[in-house]
Design a protein around this ligand. Structure first.
Ligand code: GDG
Length: 478
């Protein structure tokens, strides 16, 4: 594991993210190895990283681990240590029990705790110091996501020569919610250390600019914020999926066979599919409720339709996530207990993580993909489903509260997941859609996803960051 590579110092391109893009695994021979991690962020940036031969700064996921920089999967990796207490306070605490719910419409109550905040500052400083050490003169640093919002400012103080970009993968809340945060000023000033602050949607960028004006009394022209003798640009860059990788998977005979096998195992039933991290923002209970009620109403019969819900384990030490898991497990038990018959459970619930090939086989086997978040920055699952359906079959049910809805609304069956009756009607409409309608909708969505894949996203962000005229406005040398 401690294989060393050429020192990562002097990198022209540095990515800073909470997690390194690899997970530790043990091979069949018992030897520990690294493997590329699942998850939105990693699927998005790994290909770009490899092309640019950059350095990725992040945490391995193991508390108290100290590792030297190493190379894996064509990338130079620079590990950051987090103590067990920091993981609890910075990661599980401030990142995932404060910022995550606050930025997702407060769908769970955020915890405001001063020791969590202190740990957030401390760990952000460690990341900023590492980036300051690794980046070359006038290099480019791209900071990722809500766990590291203080890094841009800290890094600029250490290295004013750098060009700094920040991308927020989750929603940026309206001023009225952000205002709750006891450290609202520090977070905002942290972000303003960047030259370019990227969001999933134009509305999020607008929320940010409005907040700057109200909280810091900044001037701005459109989405250019004047701050500290510099111009900070707020822009939208909707993230997407690796269409090439998914195409390759869809073309693999073993993946197609596996899709057939899944269908055979499920009998003649129409297959509805959900794939999510087990997270309270994803609207899993709402979709299961709607599905269960369709049986209660007699609008669906056991054996006619089946719901496969993959819920990937996530943030298992955070209380809200433990509560949600119990709730979903009870709900699945109740629905199957009431409406299932021998040989025909109505919900298959899998609390487990799968490899990309298995996920692709599931996408190919699903007649209706059900994506019902209460709030989601983008939602890559929706785009992955579309990217996989070259056959123009299948229907996508998509919540209005996802970033993806802005791009896919013409082809998707849109829903408000809070409206259970509406959700029931839409599930049935998607189940009943004729092949010609499925194809028409799928074609529209595929056009968008294929043209705007993850490469385009990264290119758009980086070329905006590299655009001349965005360097810090310096005092003239006397
Ligand atoms: C955040 C934002 C934004 C899921 N289970 C497995 C697995 N996955 C993969 C999916 C997809 C990714 O994880 C999940 O991405 P999402 O976008 O759906 O959601 P978040 O994890 O909440 O991501 C989100 C995203 O960042 C990117 O900016 O879109 O709004 O919340 O790629 O396929 N992958 C594997 N095994 C699984 O079991 N290998």
């Amino acid at each position: 594991l401690e294989r060393r590579v050429a020192v990562s110092r002097g990198s022209e391109f540095v990515v800073v993210a909470n997690r390194l893009p690899v997970d530790r695994t043990v091979g069949a021979d018992g030897v520990p190895r690294w493997r590329r991690s699942p998850g939105g962020l990693v699927s998005a940036i790994a290909p770009v990283m490899r092309r640019r031969k950059g350095t990725w700064i992040g945490w391995t996921g193991a508390p108290d681990e100290r590792l030297e920089p190493f190379g894996e999967d064509g990338m130079a990796l620079h590990p950051i240590t987090q103590t067990a207490r920091e993981v609890e306070l910075y990661y599980e605490g401030f990142s995932n029990a404060t910022l995550w719910p606050l930025y997702h419409d407060v769908v769970a109550p955020p915890i405001y705790d001063r020791s969590m905040w202190d740990a957030y500052v401390q760990v952000n400083r460690r990341f900023a110091e590492a980036a300051a050490e690794v980046a070359s003169e006038e290099g480019l640093v791209w900071v990722q996501d809500y766990q590291l919002q203080l890094v841009p400012r800290m890094l600029r103080e250490l290295r004013p020569d750098l060009r700094i970009g920040f991308f927020l993968h989750i929603p940026f809340p309206p001023l009225e919610l952000f205002w709750q945060l006891p450290w609202r000023r520090q977070i905002l000033e942290g972000l303003l250390g960047a030259d370019l602050v990227g969001f999933q949607l134009p509305g999020a960028a607008a929320n940010f600019v409005r907040l700057c004006r109200r909280l810091l009394e900044t001037r701005h022209v459109k989405q250019d914020v004047y701050w500290d003798d510099r111009i900070v640009r707020a822009r939208a860059f909707p993230i997407s999926v690796d269409v090439g990788e998914l195409n390759d998977l869809v073309g693999r005979p073993d993946v197609q066979e596996r899709a057939q096998e899944i269908r055979t195992d499920l009998g003649d039933a129409t297959v509805l599919l959900g794939v999510d991290r087990l997270d309270y923002t994803k609207g899993i209970t709402q979709r299961l409720q709607a599905f269960g009620e369709l049986f209660e109403d007699g609008r669906l019969k056991p054996g006619q339709a089946v719901f496969v819900q993959i819920a990937t384990p996530s943030r298992e030490r955070v209380e809200q996530y433990q509560l949600l898991r119990e709730e979903i497990e009870q709900q699945v038990g109740r629905i199957n207990g009431e409406y299932g018959e021998i040989g025909f459970p109505v919900v298959h619930y899998l609390h487990s993580s799968y490899d990309r090939a298995e996920l692709t086989a599931l996408y190919l086997a699903a007649d209706v993909m059900v994506v019902t978040p209460l709030r989601d920055g983008m939602n890559l699952v929706a785009k992955e489903y579309v990217a996989c359906r070259k056959d123009l079959r299948g229907a996508l049910v998509l919540s209005e509260f996802t970033g993806a809805a802005a791009e896919l609304k013409r082809g998707a069956f849109q829903v408000n997941p809070y409206d259970i009756d509406g959700l029931k009607g839409t599930l049935l409409a998607a189940l009943d859609a004729e092949p010609a309608e499925q194809a028409r909708r799928m074609r529209t969505m595929r056009r968008r996803v294929i043209e705007h894949d993850v490469d385009r996203w990264a290119q758009d962000f980086l070329s905006e960051l590299e655009r001349p005229g965005v360097r810090p406005v310096r005092e003239p040398v006397p």
